[in-house]
Design a protein around this ligand. Structure first.
Ligand SMILES: Nc1ncnc2c1ncn2[C@@H]1O[C@H](COP(=O)(O)OP(=O)(O)OP(=O)(O)O)[C@@H](O)[C@H]1O
Ligand SMILES: [Mg+2]
Length: 264
């Protein structure tokens, strides 16, 4: 277990790209200048192991979304390196970066970001339709069955519950078999039952379908679905935890004494 845990740069080694779906090496990200200058990430190094479910936790403003956006190539970095597999994102021009994101990375956001005029099935296949790629029928069937929405495929988002809409968004992220899926507070807009549905689905897609998922959450119960938890504080990785439980995560967060954590 320990050899696949996310690694941090306080003396631990960051392994090569071999078993890592993504990694950041000494990544810094600064917003604004002068008095408004904010170091959102300060030399963060982390490896995301393939075939694992990694949760990122930390107080509001600690840099969780920034880290995720930088690792996914959605935001630029000011120093360091970011890799998806063995491809260094900083070396790609815009066109190649867009293609890499489209072909190799999936996203799930807190707001489900579905197209209201399309059916569930059309939403799921939209990224592939735009890319002009045919869905692998067997894989798509498996994703749809795992997400449990076969009877709802012809429904539009307004005809679906929040949990169902987010499961459509999960299926959309999985449909093209991306190497890695980044999810930012995917259950932030859901009640606890719908949240559990979505988290169970994400966990199953890792355990049973071999996917790699990184999920930002502030909820210890959500983090407990992950294989490992990485704790951010003030733009730095402050700890990691393998085999998390909600109780252990809550306990650890109290230990950090970080304002805002666990109070949501
Ligand atoms: N576009 C921006 N311009 C200026 N500052 C920003 C910008 N985006 C983020 N920041 C700052 O960078 C820091 C990290 O923000 P980030 O969104 O990564 O936090 P977070 O951990 O995701 O918080 P939350 O839990 O509230 O979503 C914060 O201090 C934030 O104010
Ligand atoms: Mg955020």
């Amino acid at each position: 277990m320990t050899n696949t845990a996310p690694t941090i740069d306080d003396g631990h080694t960051v392994p090569g790209a071999g078993d890592l779906a993504a990694r950041a090496l000494a990544v810094s990200k600064v917003y604004g200048s002068g008095d408004a200058r904010v170091t959102a990430l300060g030399e963060v190094s982390i490896g995301i192991p393939r075939g694992r479910f990694t949760a990122i936790m930390g107080p509001s403003g600690s840099g969780k979304s920034t880290l995720m956006h930088c690792m996914a190539g959605l935001d630029s970095i000011d120093a360091g390196q970011v890799f998806i597999g063995d491809v260094e994102l900083n070396r790609l021009d815009d066109k190649r970066l867009t293609r890499l994101r489209r072909d190799r990375v999936g996203f799930i956001f807190q707001a489900f970001n579905l197209v209201p005029t399309l059916t569930a099935l059309e939403n799921i296949t939209l990224p592939m339709d735009i890319a002009g790629r045919k869905a692998d029928k067997a894989w798509l069937d498996r994703v749809i069955d795992t997400v449990g929405l076969r009877p709802r495929l012809g429904h539009r988002p307004s005809q679906l519950s929040g949990g169902q809409q987010q499961r459509v968004a999960c299926a959309r992220a999985l449909a093209s078999r991306p190497e890695i899926i980044f999810a930012d507070e995917p259950t932030g807009n859901l009640d606890s039952r719908s949240g559990a549905e979505v988290l169970g689905f994400l966990r199953d897609s890792v355990r049973e379908m071999g996917r790699t998922i990184v999920m930002v959450t502030h909820d210890p119960a959500a983090a407990a679905y992950a294989d490992e938890v990485v704790f951010l504080g003030d733009g730095r990785i402050v700890d990691t935890m393998a085999a998390p439980t909600a109780e252990k995560v809550l306990e650890r967060m109290k230990g950090f004494d970080l304002p805002g954590v666990g109070s949501a």
